[in-house]
Design a binder for this molecule. Sequence first.
Ligand code: PBG
Length: 325
Amino acid sequence: MTYPDIRPRRLRRTPALRRLVAESGIAPRQLVLPLFVREGATETTPISSMPGVVQHTRETLKKTANEAVAAGLGGVMLFGIPEEKDAVGSGAVDPHGILNLAITDVVAEVGDELTVMSDLCLDEFTDHGHCGVLDGDGNVDNDRTLDVYAAMAVAQAAAGVDLVAPSGMMDGQVRMIRSALDAEEHTGIGILAYSAKYASSFYGPFREAVDSSLQGDRRTYQQDPANRLEGVREAKLDVSEGADIVMVKPALGYLDVLSAVKDAVDVPVAAYNVSGEYSMVEAAAARGWIDREAAILETLTSIHRAGADIVLTYWALEAAQLLKR
Ligand code: PBG
């Protein structure tokens, strides 16, 4: 017999064979498009650090939601940018606050065809840019923040959202939100918990996207990038508190965490391909250093392969087209 007698290349010989034996494949229905909407805006505002991504007006938000339906996406994740920010993030709980109005707009427009989700956090709404309210020493006060999150969840549910997505990494936030929703008879509204959320430099462009004024960092509440088991613990804790879906964020630097979480829980797992991950590929592609479309598909395939049932990505609309080819 000639050597080598075992030849894995046989199954890679033709595109048809490769397609036949592919172990995973992400579909448009598993993609979620994050969208930013700016209060009072009459035209869209480009986000310079995220080429191709804009802050929407209420009108262009509805138009884009329709495009998401046409592309066969699974859902949209809404973020609001209020005109006025204050220390306690009042705009977040106001039924006429921009995020709550946007939820109602999008649900009325496409609610039957798309899962509508909303970021549940205070950083877009506070003048100090932290994810919660501060105590007298300037630290984020966990338990006072929970009360605001509970009110925010009820406001978002009243606006018609399908899934609220708490992203503030406060202890006990999922149980607090579940209880508040149930007490107001919103038992059918689910929780997509940002469970393993790391204090990451890859959120950099997002700060511009939501006009955040954050000074300092979030290391007293978001996780240390050095830790994997802590991410698994947080995800299991969130499931025990009532999370319907858990999420790991960012995605690319944390594929090991994603894989471990997928093995540890029995609810769907999501991953957030964050702003900095998007902008790195866009910047390299703009210089001709990387094949943009191939890099997009490879990024999303890798996140899915590692364990994500659902992927949040700013490329969702375009990726859906690429996947259909
Ligand atoms: C919190 C939130 C953030 C992101 C999503 N939700 C910012 C943060 O926690 O610092 C980042 C998303 C991205 O970078 O694409 N509201």
